[in-house]
Design a protein around this ligand. Structure first.
Ligand SMILES: Cc1cc2nc3c(=O)[nH]c(=O)nc-3n(C[C@H](O)[C@H](O)[C@H](O)COP(=O)(O)OP(=O)(O)OC[C@H]3O[C@@H](n4cnc5c(N)ncnc54)[C@H](O)[C@@H]3O)c2cc1C
Length: 324
């Protein structure tokens, strides 16, 4: 492991200043649960680590008129134990509780969860110079690809591992990004980027930018949400496939539906065709399967991950029927 310096800024301005330093490789650290393993594995080699843990102004959960504001340094444990999150956004409560273990949730933060790096075993192994690390090939294409993408892969088949991201996108969350010239507010759905646009990164943050806050609009009347995650193991694990669903009930059907999958693509993957197909209709297992079947034609599984297609179908049936 390469030696690095550590800085402990106490204000937003200090963080911005440190990230804008030229000439050094700078990495941001929140809880460090993901970032430190990248350093230990030799995948990240920063000269300077900017530790956000002394930033008193970044952990917060505030219910305002325009919805919920969540600071980037809020821990997953605090998110999952907030009564307003649980009552207003049950799917977000479920997503937060589904992450790792209690120890991990006590340290891991919302910002770190949304900006974590992929778990692809070729990317995480310093010996493989894959495209994401500046190499010329994706080793998953012809190698072991059991956990890889079935949608949106193309030149790199990572899956985005965050449990919060699909649910927050389904809830129409926005992110506040601190940039040198000021702040930008953008939908979380526009925060992630496909390998075809930038194979080295998973989001649109420039090296001198960081996430300050997440904002979720207030729930509509009749809004329901759920997050379901299928894992290989009964204990802590990343999602093989997960489904975040938000819908607004109107009579016997849903007026609006948002479905975002995790574990299937390099970014949280929205299933707009399924959303349209199930909206304003009476839900049943057979109609969900039929609607999902048409959308799943677009999946491009590889040799070892075809099973994910069946998991998506099963999860759509389970999650949609559960909120109906
Ligand atoms: C054993 C284990 C199990 C896990 N299980 C799960 C799981 O089930 N589901 C899941 O979603 N994740 C899981 N994780 C991944 C991860 O540790 C957690 O998602 C955690 O929330 C990351 O938060 P952190 O604060 O520790 O991030 P850090 O490790 O500090 O940072 C992660 C990345 O985000 C960047 N970053 C952090 N904060 C910001 C910010 N404010 N702005 C811009 N960039 C930022 C860092 O530079 C780094 O690249 C697991 C990790 C481990 C080690």
């Amino acid at each position: 492991m390469k030696n690095f310096k550590i800085a402990e800024p106490k204000s937003i301005e200090q963080v911005s200043g440190l990230l804008s330093k030229g000439g050094e490789k700078v990495s941001l650290m929140a809880g460090g649960t993901d970032m430190l393993s990248e350093i230990k594995e030799g995948v990240a080699e920063p000269d300077l680590v900017v530790d956000l843990s002394a930033m008193k102004e970044l952990p917060f959960i505030r219910k305002n008129r325009d919805g919920m504001h969540i600071g980037a340094m809020t821990t997953l444990a605090d998110l999952a134990s907030d009564p307003a999150i649980r009552s207003d956004y049950p799917g977000l409560y479920e997503a937060a509780l589904s992450v790792g273990t209690p120890q991990l949730r006590n340290v891991g933060t919302v910002g770190g969860n949304l900006c974590q790096r992929p778990r692809c075993w070729y990317y995480r192994d310093a010996k493989f110079l894959c495209r994401k690390k500046g190499g010329s090939q994706c080793f998953a294409t012809r190698g072991r690809n059991k956990y890889h993408a079935i949608f949106g892969g193309g030149i790199c088949h990572i899956v985005y591992p965050s449990d919060l991201a699909p649910m927050l996108i389904a809830l129409d969350a926005k992110v506040v990004v601190v940039a040198p010239g000021g702040e930008k507010v953008l939908p979380l759905s526009e925060f992630y980027t496909l390998p075809s646009k930038n194979v080295r990164r998973e989001n649109i943050l420039n090296p001198n930018e960081f996430l300050r806050e997440i904002r979720i609009p207030p729930p509509k009347k009749g809004e329901r949400s759920t997050y379901m995650k299928l894992k290989e193991r009964g204990t802590w694990d990343f999602a093989l496939v997960s489904a975040a669903v938000k819908a607004t009930a109107g009579g016997n059907s849903f007026n609006d539906v948002k479905i975002v999958l995790g574990g299937v693509a390099p970014i949280p993957w929205r299933l707009e065709k399924v959303e349209q197909g199930v909206m304003k209709k009476k839900l049943s297992e057979s109609m969900i399967k039929e609607t999902a079947g048409a959308a799943l034609q677009e999946a491009r599984p590889m040799e070892e991950n075809r099973y994910k297609v069946a998991l998506v179908e099963a999860l759509l049936v389970r999650s949609l029927l559960s909120i109906a």
